[in-house]
Design a protein around this ligand. Structure first.
Ligand code: SF4
Ligand code: SF4
Length: 197
């Protein structure tokens, strides 16, 4: 269900300034074409155009604590539709990282855990996604492995993974290491340095 603003406006420029450095966000004239094409608005608490507007108004707590930024799947439909070439999908990604950096509790903890596990997997696997590693790590971090084992849910998951592997929808092996592994490590190190408050 969509939210309406109830709290008084308490603007802070830092979020708007951070976004301004990222993309031409101030060019937004609220045409709502981004939200009109977004396939996931049904699960969002604010429409993408509202997130942009709230960020420009400096509503940091509302934006960084909202469900929308975690529901966004980075499909880039909004970015493609925006008449002002605003990279809305990029904004959503940036807001995710900013929310983590500032210690905001995620309203979608499973999605947040997946997001972090995905990046850790790419880092650990040398720049490529390892699906077995991703699934294993995600399961471990989600907890409840013993309970899932006892209830048979883990067996059902493994059986589904096996079916996916048979249909070549899941690659049950570690990926080849990239030649530019040093560059990948440097990118992660640089990003981690920037994440530090
Ligand atoms: S499509 Fe672009 S200009 Fe229109 S509301 Fe969305 S962000 Fe703003
Ligand atoms: S990138 Fe996110 S906000 Fe944009 S259309 Fe896709 S799901 Fe919606």
């Amino acid at each position: 269900m969509l939210n309406t603003l109830k709290a008084p406006l308490e603007p802070s420029l830092s979020l708007a300034e951070g976004l301004a450095a990222l993309t031409t966000v101030s060019a937004c004239y609220q045409c709502k074409k981004c939200s009109g094409g977004c396939p996931l608005t049904f699960a969002m608490d604010f429409y993408p155009d509202q997130v942009i507007r709230l960020a420009l108004l400096g509503q940091e707590d509302t934006v960084l604590g909202c469900r929308t930024i975690w529901v966004c799947s980075s499909c880039e439909t909004c970015t493609t539709r925006c008449p002002n070439q605003i990279d809305i999908a990029g904004v959503m990604d940036w807001l995710k990282e900013e929310a983590l950096r500032r210690g905001f509790a995620s309203p979608q903890p499973g999605v947040t855990r997946f997001h972090q596990t995905f990046l850790d997997t790419v880092r650990l696997a040398g720049g490529r996604l390892s699906e077995p590693l991703l699934l294993g790590l995600y399961q471990l971090r989600s907890g409840g492995t013993i309970a899932k084992l006892k209830s048979g849910a883990l067996t059902a998951d493994l059986s589904m993974a096996w079916e996916l592997a048979k249909r070549r929808r899941l690659v049950p092996r570690l990926p080849h290491r990239l030649k530019g592994i040093k560059e990948i490590k440097d990118i992660f190190a640089k990003a981690q340095k920037q994440e530090k408050p």
